[in-house]
Write a protein that binds this ligand. Sequence first.
Ligand SMILES: [Zn+2]
Length: 644
Amino acid sequence: MKSLPTFSLIGIILITAPVACRQKPSMRQPAARPTTTIFTELDLPTPNSIRTMTGHPGPAYWQQQVDYIMDVELKPETNMVTGHAQITYVNNSPQQLKYLWIHLEQNLMRQDSLGVRSGRRRVQDFTEGIVIDSLSQNGEALQYAVHDTLGRVELPTPVEANGGRITFDVHWHFEVLDGDTPRFGLEKVEQGKVYEIAQWFPAVAVFNDVYGWNTLPYIGGGEFYTDFGNYEVSITAPRDYIVVATGVLQNEDEVFTAEQVERLTKARGSSETIMIRSEEEVSDPASRPSGQGDLTWHFKADDVRTFAWAASDAFIYDACSLDETFISSAYPKEALPLWEDSTQMLRTAIVGYNKQWYPYPYPTATNVSGSEGGMEYPMIIFCRGRRSERGLYGVTTHEIGHNWFPMIVNTDERRHAWMDEGFNTFINYYSYGDWFEGQEGRRGDADSFARKMVRTEMVPLATYPDRSPGRIRGTLFYEKPSVGLVMLREHILGPDRFDPAFREYIETWAFKSPQPADFYRIMENSSGEDLAWFWRGWFMETSMLDQELVDVTSKQQEDGTISTTITVDNLNELVMPADLKMTFADGTTIIRRIPVQAWYLSDRNIQQVDHQSRLISVELDAEKDFPDIDRSNNRWDAPHPPLQ
Ligand SMILES: [Zn+2]
């Protein structure tokens, strides 16, 4: 960052006594370009028949399929969840597999977990983690070993390549703590307990064409990465509990009262919110089906990458619909009055994303208020959001936005947090105005981000989440990619070129798993722009932008026109187009763009402009579209009063 504004010393305009371009004493010589520059081609993986040169899946693309049939029981007296899963694993890879890796993410809650011992997770409360009660295939016990949050399951008969399948059974249980637990939890409220249950069952790890098994442990920073599958889940809970979950409820008549079933039917045809169980009704036993014993809720969900649920005896429940999608909210009275709007907020956010990017493909969407501040799962999101309308809409649109990234476009969250948090924050930026008419989004502004870059010790945004400092998580994975994509969309490519490219990325990779190179390639091929400099400068490195207006010299021509020469330097590693705004004495302005290609050969660019009216000022990036870290060297004003 430069501390001295230098241009003001030399920006003297001489019209009546023209002089030749005057050399500024301090004017430095542009540096010679090294052979590898910010413009050099990216070193991306060689395209192949699985992932092609255009960033599309090729003819040999494959991914694994994992289907789950689960029976689980919630016991509020002990806070225990007990489950049984029948897991069917389909090996679509070209390789035979002799063992499977499974995620046992509740083991993060153990006192001896990697997350706790590495200092990544700082908590006081611990559990035994996930306890595997049995693991078997056709009634025969399977050998397995547990390594922190991963388990390796030995298969007596390998699962064959190209469509081979196996089915096995697992029984497990774990305790839900009342306290600080990541991405799930329990909240005690006045009228009962709210359970939010996620990352809770033994789930087969991803096996893919890039890394083989995804065995990065669950330490706390990286969220989750799993294959698509179909789920049938039966959840048994006390009769006075309401359960909401990923997927479609199959036995409404058994778990709601007749009156509530009528209300649910009404909600299915209503864009307005219909109350299913009101605040007053929560304390009324008649608001739950009469009879004895627990109730079992059956849910089905297809093509999802995990399954999450929530249960409470204190839930107020309301719903509406958007075409074929049933939208609902479940919350305790502590979330009122803000949560009266939750269902409409959820609906508004989905309408916006449908229109702008890709239609929401799932039959349900549910917002839950409990202990978790904000976390996303397919068709269900956990949003605390009880303080302000802006806070609740912000977290709701963010968490449901995750249903596009990474629930539909399935990315590796243990490695590439920017591909879900960043892309999502980018689409959220445009979603704010859908609820707060005329208001700007958060986390998309290049100018304020530039100040943040200067005072923050940044690492490349492509850093894996568990390897980047927690304190810059929001800046790095959410804000920086969002700012970058807003810049690319609005000021580099323009929406006409950006939007079709970004939509092509989503459509192409919906229900598949792209890698970073696939994204870069689709965006370049579809928009028709070589963006190596942009990906390298903004996504892969931590370089900063400083454009400098070095010199403005005008000279009157014989025919009366004025010829002005403007010298612009690019002082740092990062490059961007440079917009020169020229304002003339007659009130007119011109914006001239120096394209990024100007920096191919030199970090100095000289523009010549012929004009009639006297030049009053020149400003670089007057609209603050680019993240220039030092704006003190961006402006030139004609000396006043002008020489006659
Ligand atoms: Zn997020």
